[in-house]
Design a protein around this ligand. Structure first.
Ligand SMILES: Nc1nc2c(ncn2[C@@H]2O[C@H](COP(=O)(O)OP(=O)(O)OP(=O)(O)O)[C@@H](O)[C@H]2O)c(=O)[nH]1
Ligand SMILES: [Mg+2]
Length: 451
């Protein structure tokens, strides 16, 4: 698949700012023609050539290095030209303006990667990895993105797809050619193959969850009654005076966001307005925003003044939260109650008794945060992944469980084949391929039915 008749695009590929070097990249069918207008000679592929670039009035714009990558051996799969000039912002703009006047247009965001995908140079998850590599906030995130870009993540997905395609092949051959002399469906073999696909999907799902954590970070939202110590906790965690702390209840009115890096995991922390019957419209708007913020939370830290702690006060606060959101209850200000720091693992939440002011028990909180944001698989062998990858893998997993039911209890071939097809479609969403024709091709080439 190629983009064929696409037009030619150009853009400044390096960051905006004054730098030693700035690179403009061009891709598309008119690249050779534009190159000849910039430099009359012929460029040797992938070799740098020093060239002076003049504008229409024959004024020298810059001395640049031109590098030509002929199709299909380029990033986009099309003819690509790199123009490496000096990095000044104004200079780069002048150079780009001149290049655009020679017969190409400004590229849209991500258009080079999009072309690489459309031309089959990379799959969708690799295209996403390029963005992640550039935007990576921590070293682990960058390393994860590089692994994905290398195709490690895609390879695992393709291996799963192989397994699934084989399963469908077995099932659909029995369905489509019931009169042919094909043996009965080998149920035991199918069950085993299904199991092996299911076993592969589990660790991948774990990797993808961790990968999505690496990339998107972990969103922690601090909620509680006014004066419970939410802003104090934000300041302690970020080691910053980000939020105003005061003994006056209702100090925080708006969401205050900050970010920490906890062993390579980005944690986005939101401090919120205290939850209570609002006394004015600003406060009630603050509370509305708190509820909004909770929608994207990965976990809530519910902060309660230990002096006010009771089952009733806890339940009243819990009623603000969605049922399935993970919660850690921070019973703060134990310094005033003469209590020792402690962590308790309850069925529906975790409880930590501590004092933000004295620091007693903060070690328990840090350990807990590390526990919930990381796992043993996180440091090595992880890819960057997105929530959509996690969701796609989850969907595939559910379809495979259905498939298991439709083969083990009593053989319901049609349903089984449909479950496998759905699982395959979910995985295809990750790589961006939709391969029903591929599947047919594969079935007929590996099955000698024709006889
Ligand atoms: N003794 C004691 N005081 C604390 C502790 N943590 C916070 N405080 C005090 O409690 C008061 C309220 O703290 P904040 O962090 O502003 O509370 P908040 O939950 O952000 O309050 P609002 O923004 O009004 O909702 C301040 O005077 C803090 O110094 C603690 O562990 N012990
Ligand atoms: Mg506050």
């Amino acid at each position: 698949m190629t983009t064929g008749n696409s037009d030619t695009i150009a853009a400044i590929a390096t960051a905006r700012g004054n730098a030693g070097i700035g690179i403009i990249r061009l891709s598309g069918p008119a690249v050779c023609d534009i190159q000849r207008q910039l430099f009359a000679g012929k460029l040797e592929p992938r070799k740098a050539t020093l060239v002076k670039i003049y504008d229409q009035q024959q004024r020298l714009i810059d001395r640049v290095l031109l590098i030509f990558f002929p199709a299909p051996n380029s990033f986009t799969g099309e003819d690509v030209l790199e123009v490496q000039g000096h990095g000044g912002m104004v200079l780069q703009d002048m150079l780009l303006e001149h290049i655009l006047s020679l017969g190409c247009r400004q590229a849209r965001a991500g258009e080079f990667s999009e072309r690489a995908f459309l031309n089959g140079k990379i799959d969708l998850s690799q295209a996403e990895a390029i963005a992640d590599l550039i935007e990576g906030q921590t070293r682990s995130a960058v390393r994860g993105a590089m692994r994905s870009l290398q195709g490690d993540f895609s390879k695992e997905i393709y291996a799963l797809l192989e397994g699934l395609i084989h399963l469908r092949m077995l099932a659909e051959a029995c369905l489509d050619f019931p009169d042919e002399e094909i043996d009965e469906l080998p149920v035991k073999e199918v069950e085993q193959r299904l199991l092996s696909v299911q076993e592969k999907i589990k660790p991948l799902l774990r990797f993808a969850r961790n990968g999505s954590l690496l990339r998107d970070g972990f969103h922690l939202v601090l909620v509680g009654r006014p004066n419970a110590g939410k802003s104090s906790l934000l300041n302690v965690l970020t080691k910053n005076d980000t939020a105003i702390v005061s003994e006056q209840p209702g100090t925080t009115r708006d969401i205050i966001r900050d970010r920490i890096d906890l062993d390579g995991i980005v944690i986005d922390i939101s401090d919120t307005a205290g939850l209570r019957q609002a006394s004015d419209t600003i406060e009630s708007e603050g509370i509305r925003r708190t509820k909004n913020e909770l929608e994207s939370a990965d976990r809530v830290l519910l902060i309660i003044d230990e002096a006010d702690y009771s089952e009733a006060s806890r339940n009243a606060l819990m009623s603000y939260l969605e049922h399935d959101i993970p919660v850690t209850i921070i019973r703060n200000k134990i310094d005033l109650q003469n209590r020792e720091p402690e962590i308790k693992y309850r069925e529906r939440w975790v409880e930590i008794l501590l004092s933000i002011k004295s620091g007693a028990g903060l070690d328990l909180l840090y350990r807990h945060l590390k526990e919930i944001t990381s796992s043993d698989t996180l440091s090595e062998g992880v890819y960057t992944a997105r929530r959509r990858h996690v969701e796609a893998l989850q969907k595939a997993d559910v379809s495979l469980q259905d498939a298991g039911r439709h083969i083990s209890a009593s053989v319901q071939l049609e349903l089984f084949a449909e479950d496998c097809r759905r699982a395959q479609n979910s995985l295809n969403e990750i790589t961006g391929e939709f391969g029903s024709e591929d599947l047919l091709g594969k079935i007929f080439s590996s099955f000698c039915i024709g006889k």
